[in-house]
Ligand binder design. Structure first.
Ligand SMILES: *Cc1c(COP(=O)(O)O)cnc(C)c1O
Length: 326
């Protein structure tokens, strides 16, 4: 099912047209890029003969929300390995509550104990006769880099089809870049199409830029290694294809200032679009800044709305009191 692409009302004097693809409206578990990605993991589990899914993330994770819901709705057992960082904010969020609703078994672990925890959970499942499937591959989180990317390589084809129907050709596609899976998939889609679009990832965390770049590069290589029939579509040198903007991440993951908050209000008021401060509003704000700073003009620019709507409501609830003060 295609998600719609809308034209946005934007302050722009450089002749640009802005559009948004509403993957936040994907029709499962409040939407988001994790719906496409979760479906890809689920299919991969089935293809590999697994019957118990092991998921990993924080209690606030959009991916864990969608995967725990998907597994519940399909009667598949799911175990969540939940990481904690020292000094992390422990207050439950909307996603925490929704994950709790599914009754998913949660195994807590520290950030430096992930591999041994994954191994222990896998062994427990095997001992009770199940076949575990860990979404990130082996206990070190390696070996399944291509699956999430596949979801957005497919979504890219959807975008191409919609361009035809709409009679527009996008010059740029911007998306928030966290793990980089979404950007990797879109970039693979672009390489497969052999078109001239630029896929722009706006970094939202303080992950080292060089490392983030490398993860995307390896992701693209993995994707094409898994699709040998189209391998010649991948250029030897990927450096001209990976565009990572690292100037807009502010103090790092989950940190944002008044400019991101203003963007949330403005996009809600001007276009009726919910953006959250951690992913989509930060990236949307970063996109607008970049377009201006780089002097981009007379271009058609698509922003991929990657969801996170529960985080939008976390923000609305926490900011409403403040707002009521005169
Ligand atoms: C996970 C997530 C992202 C980041 O996607 P990656 O594929 O990890 O880069 C962006 N936006 C939202 C709302 C997300 O939940």
């Amino acid at each position: 099912m295609d998600t719609i692409i809308q034209r946005l009302a934007m302050d722009d004097t450089a002749g640009n047209e802005f559009y948004i693809k509403r993957d936040d409206l994907l029709p499962f578990s409040i939407g988001g890029n994790k719906v496409r990605i979760a479906e890809a993991f689920y299919e991969d589990m089935k293809a590999k003969g697994g019957d118990t899914m092991i998921i990993y993330g924080s209690r606030h994770s959009n991916l864990c929300r969608v995967l725990s819901d998907l597994c519940f709705s399909r009667g598949t057992k799911c175990v969540m390995i939940c990481s904690h960082e020292a000094g992390e904010d422990d207050a439950p969020t909307n996603n925490t509550h929704l994950i709790t609703w599914t009754g998913t078994e949660i195994v807590n672990c520290a950030k430096n104990e992930i591999a041994q925890t994954v191994e222990r959970v896998m062994n427990n499942i095997q001992e009770s006769g199940g076949t575990p499937y860990y979404i990130y591959g082996d206990k070190y989180g390696k070996g399944n880099e291509g699956t999430a990317a596949r979801a957005y390589a497919e979504a890219y084809r959807e975008i191409l089809r919609q361009e035809q129907e709409m009679g527009v050709a996008f010059d740029y596609i911007f998306c928030p870049s966290g793990t980089g899976a979404t950007q990797t998939g879109l970039t693979c889609g672009h390489l497969l199409a052999g078109d001239r679009k630029k896929i722009m990832g706006v970094m939202i965390s303080s992950r080292e830029t060089e490392r983030a770049y490398q993860v995307i590069e390896e992701g693209i290589q993995t994707y094409f290694a898994e699709h040998p029939e189209v391998r010649e579509q991948m250029p030897e040198d990927l450096s001209g294809e990976i565009h990572l903007l690292d100037a807009y991440r502010q103090e790092g993951y989950g940190k944002y200032d008044a400019r991101v908050e203003a963007c949330i209000r403005q996009q809600y008021l001007a276009n009726g679009i919910p953006l959250d401060p951690i992913y989509t509003a930060k990236a949307f704000w970063g996109m607008a800044e970049y377009v201006r700073d780089a002097g981009i003009h007379d271009s058609r620019i698509l922003f991929l709305h990657t969801g996170g709507t529960p985080l939008f409501f976390d923000y609305v609830s926490n900011s409403s009191e403040q707002q009521q003060k005169p």
